[in-house]
Unconditional design. Structure first.
Length: 317
């Protein structure tokens, strides 16, 4: 019951902010230009700050790395399946293809996931830390690298050529922040004290705006889509994100010999809805943002059902 209530609470919070974004757009307080500005603010400042502050303070453990590997295999498998189905069976255009693949692969571990873990594992902060590190080494790592490349490659900017796409990807702020964060933690550089503490604290404070801004962008870009022709795409993402990914993770975590605690954390994280960052990436690189927004909202709503089911099945092990 605690898990169900916590999940429902976060879904309501997220949808409330999304509705706020829709309301602000209708009142013309925020416009389409605001959407572009907020997306750039997220990708150029807020998201990189969140990535660096989280990764730089992470402490790596062997079992966390193994769990992250299971997570990576799961989302890459779902990404490959969704790409093949969306391209060759659904025959989606490039911008819609990017939205479907991104939404099917990447869950909202950095936004809803972290807060959910804090409530589900209340009194066990070590489990929350495990979840954050595993998510950063898997979902976040690939979202900040492969995810951005997918958006740049399949978006309207694809006309700029592969060389420019690779250059833009390598010099993207999220990827740079991820690389610097990994270097910081691998070299065991200080994260406390006047200078280091001020740096990490400032970036963490900036990164705290990520859930609000991502939900607002989702609301600002949301439009009631033409269901005709999109139903199968939505079903594909729902099946990949909420069903296949948790199953793939559990299979590989079991093969790798992860403990039950790591399996529980991983299955819950892979059972989350699509990451709102997918909408930001699609908006930034001019993919099908409306479809991406619809997919994020659909999977977020349905995750209120799949998460308790996942928790029930785990409890029966």
């Amino acid at each position: 019951m605690q898990l169900f209530e916590s999940v429902v609470m976060f879904v309501v919070i997220f949808l409330t902010i999304v509705c706020l974004g829709i309301y602000l757009k209708q009142r013309k307080i925020l416009t389409d230009d605001s959407t572009s500005t907020l997306s750039k603010l997220i990708m150029e400042l807020v998201y990189p700050a969140l990535i660096f502050a989280t990764v730089a303070t992470a402490k790596l453990d062997y079992e966390e790395v193994v769990a992250a590997a299971a997570f990576d295999i799961a989302l890459l498998s779902v990404g490959a399946v969704s790409y093949l189905v969306a391209k060759y069976l659904l025959k989606l255009d490039r911008t819609s293809l990017a939205a479907v693949v991104l939404a099917a692969m990447f869950s909202g571990t950095s936004l809803i996931g972290t807060a959910m873990l804090k409530i589900v594992f209340e009194g066990h902060p070590e489990n929350v830390s495990i979840g954050i590190v595993v998510a950063q080494l898997s979902n976040a790592l690939l979202l900040n690298s492969l995810g951005i490349f997918i958006g740049a490659h399949f978006g309207s900017d694809a006309n700029s050529g592969l060389r420019k796409q690779i250059k833009d990807f390598l010099f993207s702020k999220p990827l740079i922040a991820l690389a610097l964060g990994l270097i910081w933690t691998l070299l065991n550089l200080p994260t406390t004290g006047i200078l280091a503490g001020a740096l990490i604290g400032s970036l963490a404070m900036i990164g705290a705006a990520m859930p609000l801004l991502a939900a607002l962008v989702t609301g600002l870009t949301f439009k009631i889509p033409k269901v005709k022709g999109l139903t199968l795409a939505i079903l594909l993402v729902v099946a990949g994100q909420l069903v296949l990914e948790p199953l793939f993770f559990f299979y590989w975590a079991n093969r790798f010999g992860d403990s039950l605690t790591y399996k529980e954390i991983g299955v819950l994280m892979t059972s989350l809805g699509s990451s709102p960052v997918v909408v930001v990436i699609c908006n930034r690189y001019r993919c099908n943002t409306e479809l991406a927004s619809t997919l994020v909202l659909s999977t977020t709503l349905l995750s209120a059902i799949t998460l308790p089911i996942s928790a029930y099945l785990l409890a029966s092990l």
